[in-house]
Ligand binder design. Structure first.
Ligand code: MG
Ligand code: MG
Length: 266
């Protein structure tokens, strides 16, 4: 059952999403080779709590951290650890907060300066997939229209692998609500998109095979061929005027512009 949100509820979700966006920007400001996943996770948790909110992922199905930190061949759900980042890493940072009874959810994949062109291209296309999907989040369309837009850009135009096992989702008082928002599918299929729908759209796109494996920790999802994977996510509300992106990557991108360690992803 899909729960459509009121305008007031959408504003509360926006508030949670804005804090997620600023938390990701704080992470960007400290990301450099030599820092660890554990350190950025601690910083993010402190940042969220300092704003009076609660980390949305910590304790969710017993997930042990504030951030999902997914490096290189890790697609999503990486548990932050004490290994130092190196100059050739890409790292997806996924963050959720719970505030005023509503969740916000967004993710950004970062590239250190030593990352090569082929992988930067993967990241740029994944971000473009996110925005192609968002464009289809309009009243009268169906979820499959979003899915198709993401899949066709990634698979048909670029021959990348689109992960099947993990999907975007409705979001509100629960972190994961109906409907599921797959990154593959058929135009005109799936639930109808109506005003008040709030969904997290999150393409997970692999350089090589679409196939993934789950780690022994029960969380970490990796590409089967161990090639890189990228992930970008926004929480989006559907309004009569069109899609309203509640999270905001501009905070992160303003930091990256001035970073001596991170490459811009266009
Ligand atoms: Mg997320
Ligand atoms: Mg999500």
């Amino acid at each position: 059952m899909i729960y459509h949100k009121t305008d007031e509820e959408i504003e509360l979700i926006r508030k949670s999403c804005l804090l997620v966006s600023k938390t990701l920007a704080h992470v960007a400001s400290i990301l450099k080779p030599g820092i660890t996943g554990t350190k950025i996770d601690q910083e993010a948790e402190q940042f969220i709590r300092d704003h009076g909110a609660i980390p949305g992922f910590k304790g969710y199905h017993d997930f042990p951290a504030t951030l999902c930190v997914s490096k290189n061949e890790t697609v999503v759900h990486g548990i932050p650890d004490g290994k130092e980042f190196v100059d050739t890493d890409i790292v997806s940072v996924d963050c959720g907060v719970y505030w005023n009874e509503f969740y916000g959810d967004a993710a950004y994949s970062f590239a250190f300066k030593g990352v090569g062109e082929e992988v930067i291209k993967l990241m740029e296309v994944t971000k473009e997939c996110l925005h192609k999907g968002i464009e289809k989040a309009v009243v009268g369309n169906r979820i499959g229209d979003i899915s198709y837009a993401v899949q066709s850009l990634a698979e048909k135009e670029h021959s990348y692998g689109v992960v099947r096992e993990l999907v975007g989702h409705g979001i509100g008082k629960k972190l994961h609500e109906a409907p599921e928002v797959p990154n593959y599918g058929t135009r005109g299929r799936g639930p109808k998109i109506q005003e008040g729908l709030v969904i997290a759209i999150e393409p997970m796109i692999n350089l090589g095979t679409k196939r993934v494996t789950q780690g022994d920790d029960g969380w970490t999802i990796r590409t089967r061929d161990r090639k890189q994977s990228a992930h970008y996510e926004h929480t989006v509300a559907v309004t009569a005027e069109g899609p309203d992106i509640l999270s905001d990557h501009s905070y992160v991108e303003d930091v990256i512009k001035n970073s001596e360690y991170l490459s811009e992803i266009r």
